[in-house]
Design a binder for this molecule. Structure first.
Ligand SMILES: CC(C)(COP(=O)(O)OP(=O)(O)OC[C@H]1O[C@@H](n2cnc3c(N)ncnc32)[C@H](O)[C@@H]1OP(=O)(O)O)[C@@H](O)C(=O)NCCC(=O)NCCS
Length: 192
């Protein structure tokens, strides 16, 4: 189903060139109420600021930005691998912002991006990848079904997430309590 999808690493210059498309994807996820650090409504200006900060992290912090492109070369999903900087954690990295545009979901793109990020981690000598998400989310199901191990004891067992919704929704809809789950993937080095 993802035959026409290519996942590749993109650089900071390409973030500049494709800023509007990257902003579209983030705005789409936030508008859907996905737990991706922002609350709706996310303005285009704010989304651009965010992606420019990612471009800076690509240049300055070794952040790897991966983009999934469809057959027409349009970006439909992204994720990032952020290497740890502590001296005793150089073997590890965090995977953040696994984002697939709503219209492209359930076609295996999220899973393809996870595979690509694991391959990249292996090439860069990382042996531990971590990511976190909320319980009950599509992301939790993606990570679990992609072979990542859940490590609930490693992070805070219960975190309150207050999700602001449009004012037309009732109070009971506005408060969402969810536990945050940490997933890990132990990367086996390729044998020589
Ligand atoms: C989570 C997300 C990245 C999944 O992307 P996707 O491309 O739709 O995922 P895939 O098509 O690769 O799904 C692979 C598997 O994950 C599981 N899965 C994914 N979405 C699911 C959903 N909505 N409900 C149930 N299972 C789901 C299924 O097991 C699926 O396999 P299947 O389609 O053969 O049943 C996407 O829903 C998304 O962008 N969500 C919002 C952003 C977010 O929350 N990111 C994670 C936190 S940073």
């Amino acid at each position: 189903m993802t035959d026409d999808i290519q996942v590749r690493r993109i650089g900071a210059d390409e973030v500049d060139q494709r800023l509007e498309r990257l902003a579209d994807i983030l705005i789409d996820c936030v508008a859907n109420g996905d737990s991706v650090s922002f609350l709706p409504p996310l303005t285009r200006r704010r989304a651009r600021v965010y992606w420019r900060s990612v471009a800076d992290a690509v240049i300055c912090n070794g952040c790897a930005l991966l983009a999934a492109e469809d057959g027409a070369g349009q970006i439909v999903g992204t994720t990032q691998m952020v290497p740890a900087t502590s001296e005793n954690q150089l073997h590890s990295a965090r995977v953040v912002k696994v984002l697939v545009e709503r219209s492209a979901r359930r076609r295996g793109i999220g899973r393809r991006m996870l595979r690509a990020v694991s391959e990249l981690a292996r090439k860069e000598g990382k042996t531990l990848l971590t990511l976190s998400t909320t319980t009950g989310s599509a992301a939790e199901r993606l990570y679990a079904s992609s072979g990542w191990a859940s490590s609930p004891g490693v992070c805070s067992p219960l975190t309150a997430h207050i999700a602001r919704r449009p004012s037309s929704t009732s109070i009971s809809d506005t408060t969402k309590l969810a536990s945050r789950l940490l997933f890990t993937d132990h990367i086996c080095p390729v044998p020589f």
